[in-house]
Design a protein around this ligand. Structure first.
Ligand code: SF4
Length: 228
């Protein structure tokens, strides 16, 4: 399944103000016709297009300036994001902020969001453990991301991690092979993928964390250079 193609189709249809295709009908039906970011956020708050709304505290919509140059897409909100109702506010988000600064990207010129807007988790004792969204949940949620991209019109889309990269660029995309490289896509004038900052935090020791952080900053610096 090429979700990148689905994404492109949804983006084109939303930009044209028409309904999305059958696979995305439920969420697409909620997307207002002439969507501004505040209207989209308001509409997404009531989304029940897939079962994830039942376990998440709230919809975690994207945040950032309405006309950001850089739109960064992760997989889904985590535990802290779910509680706060804001994307990238936990440890991975703080690492992302530091890496953006090191790469020379002004955080105020970015918009951050996720492919899936509800936190998917399973209980382990008293903890809520992240669970990867499946293809159906990703497909159900794509109309929101398509509408965000259409509203923000970024110069560059940066996919953070394999889930975002494969959802937007196709199942054959490999972050390990293609990270840090500009790739053609219908999403924005430029698209690039790198790892998710959470994967850096999961590295087993400080030396590998630092090495991965350095590669992550290099990838973001490539995005900064592409902006000119
Ligand atoms: S994850 Fe996305 S599609 Fe599913 S209920 Fe939440 S906002 Fe709707």
């Amino acid at each position: 399944m090429l979700l990148g193609e689905t994404m492109a189709t949804v983006a084109r249809r939303n930009a044209a103000g028409r309904d999305a295709g059958p696979g995305e009908a439920t969420a697409a039906a909620l997307v207002p016709s002439r969507p501004s970011l505040p209207r989209l956020r308001e509409a997404a708050a009531g989304c029940r297009a897939c079962p994830l709304w039942e376990r998440g505290t709230q919809t975690v919509f994207g945040e950032g300036a309405a006309r950001s140059d850089v739109l960064l897409v992760g997989e889904q909100p985590g535990d802290k994001e779910d509680l706060a109702g804001k994307p990238f506010v936990g440890p991975a988000g703080q690492l992302l902020d530091r890496a953006l600064e090191a790469a020379g990207i002004d955080r105020r010129r970015t918009y951050v969001t996720n492919v899936v807007k509800h936190f998917k988790w399973e209980p382990r004792g008293k903890r809520r453990i992240h669970k990867k969204p499946d293809a159906r949940e990703i497909r159900a949620c794509l109309p929101w991301l398509a509408a965000e991209i259409a509203a923000v019109q970024p110069e560059i889309v940066v996919c953070l991690g394999a889930t975002a990269a494969q959802a937007l660029l196709g199942g054959s995309f490999r972050v390990t092979r293609d990270r840090g490289r500009l790739v053609a896509s219908p999403l924005a004038p430029r698209t690039l993928a790198t790892v998710h900052p959470a994967s850096i935090l999961r590295m087993p020791d400080e030396a590998s964390r630092q090495a991965e952080l350095s590669r992550f900053i290099d990838d973001l610096a490539a995005a900064a250079r592409a902006l000119g």
